[in-house]
Design a protein. Structure first.
Length: 188
């Protein structure tokens, strides 16, 4: 069953989401990757608050390709989330409510999601052209010199994701991997 989520109300519904839930997100996301996260941490250390309206927001780990005629982006696929594990705990603690990427996170991230009542969503890798169809608008927010890795504020409609880590710290990807390993062991 799919759940339609208004990102402006994510803080109200996040506790009702469970690892494995399929969600269609609508509203505001921010894109950011490795270099932007380094700068965000530096700004957070200086100001003690998340800049650019990121408090209560969701970051999509992505670097969109240049727009083609009539489109907001060329393509916008998820980046491997583990690359942002160095920054995620501090950003979650400062008020970031969720992140979107692809792949398994470190075990520490599940614990931080539980402590801070935050979420980690996964988007399907290899579907960047399809994901771009769900982006309605884009606005450069910060770090223009980073090119596609700059922070952008994007509006999405029915953006497809799965809950990978819920607010209880349940980790879908690690759970599935453990089940697969157990099945393999039984076969041997």
């Amino acid at each position: 069953m799919q759940k339609h989520i208004d990102l402006a109300k994510l803080s109200e519904v996040k506790g009702s989401l469970s690892a494995g839930d399929f969600c269609l997100l609508s509203g505001t996301l921010f894109t950011a990757r490795d270099q932007a996260h380094i700068r965000l941490l530096n700004e957070l250390k200086r100001s003690k608050t998340l800049p650019y309206g990121l408090e209560g927001a969701c970051i999509f780990y992505a670097g969109p390709s240049p727009a083609k005629d009539g489109y907001v982006f060329g393509s916008v696929g998820p980046t491997t989330s583990a690359r942002m594990d160095f920054a995620a705990p501090e950003l979650y603690r400062a008020g970031l409510i969720a992140t979107i990427g692809k792949g398994v996170r470190s075990e520490n991230i599940a614990e931080v999601c539980k402590e801070e009542q935050t979420l980690y969503f996964v988007a399907v890798g290899g579907a960047a052209c399809e994901l771009a169809n769900h982006v309605i608008s884009s606005e450069l927010v910060a770090y223009e010199d980073l090119g596609p890795e700059a922070i952008r504020k994007i509006e999405v409609k029915d953006f497809p994701v799965f809950v990978a880590i819920d607010t209880s710290g349940n980790d879908l990807l690690r759970s599935v991997a453990a089940q697969a390993y157990e099945r393999k062991e039984k076969l041997n």
